[in-house]
Design a protein around this ligand. Sequence first.
Ligand code: DAK
Length: 262
Amino acid sequence: MTQDGAFKDIITERGEDGVLLIRLNRPKALNALRTRLLEEIAEALLAAGDDGDVGCVVITGDDRAFAAGADIGEMQDKTPVDVVRDPRAAHWATIRTFRKPLVAAINGFCLGGGNELAMHCDILIAGRTASFGQPEINLGIIPGAGGTQRLTAMVGKSKAMRMILSGERITAEEACAAGLVAEVCEPELTLERAMTLARVIASKAPLAVELAKEAVLAASDGLVKDGLALERKAFALLFATEDRREGVRAFLEKRPPVFTGA
Ligand code: DAK
């Protein structure tokens, strides 16, 4: 395996087997997706897209968290205009349009933007103790990277509503039964299983793999296109509310929020 030392928020490792491994590397913040981290993922994927020796990419976190969402501290002073002009949108677009398969190896918390990152991946492998959720409602906002659309497409309306409206998390088993996760394994085997699967995929005919991914995504992404635009506008609008300021402040002050509807 060779390691690329150019990154700070991620660690990349490339083997001789056609698999690029991206490890999220902010363990103290439960791998919260600050802008720099997203930018580094996008950069690594752009390079992997051009690299004929990479046939599949695995994204993972650590034992405690895949990722606990966007970096809430970074969201503190954002205005709706900042959200509309947010450079993060371009990084998400790079991830969304990556043509080679992405496998997520998930242990621990997979929340908010972390769950949205997982849902941008093509196959989700989860450790038995992983948990999945969209807790944005606790901050007075909603998912902003396609979560309202992709989660609904993957688990159905009722479960998506339960998760998005209550902020409640689901277990790996429940996520697997609902179709969010492809496979559940013992936590210490999650990455190994994802890497094995990625190696199998990387050994197939590259163009067939790429076109298979495009065709499968056409079945689901086509359905969510209008909803994505609606979600983005609603997400930006919510950044103007006092409840969003209170939700973020309450998290940072480690207390429950008091919402007023303002
Ligand atoms: N951001 C920043 N720091 C975080 C974090 C986060 N999302 N989650 C955890 N941390 C930090 C904690 O503040 C704590 O830091 P210290 O106090 O040690 O300095 C450390 O990680 C460990 O967390 P806890 O002490 O809270 O650990 P616990 O085991 O007690 O609890 C938890 C784990 C995952 C249940 C809890 O940390 C938690 O509820 N975290 C927040 C989860 C959350 O609400 N996530 C959603 C964030 S909103 C956008 C697209 C998408 C998004 C935004 C924009 N655009 C396209 C514009 C996405 C938004 C979101 O994801």
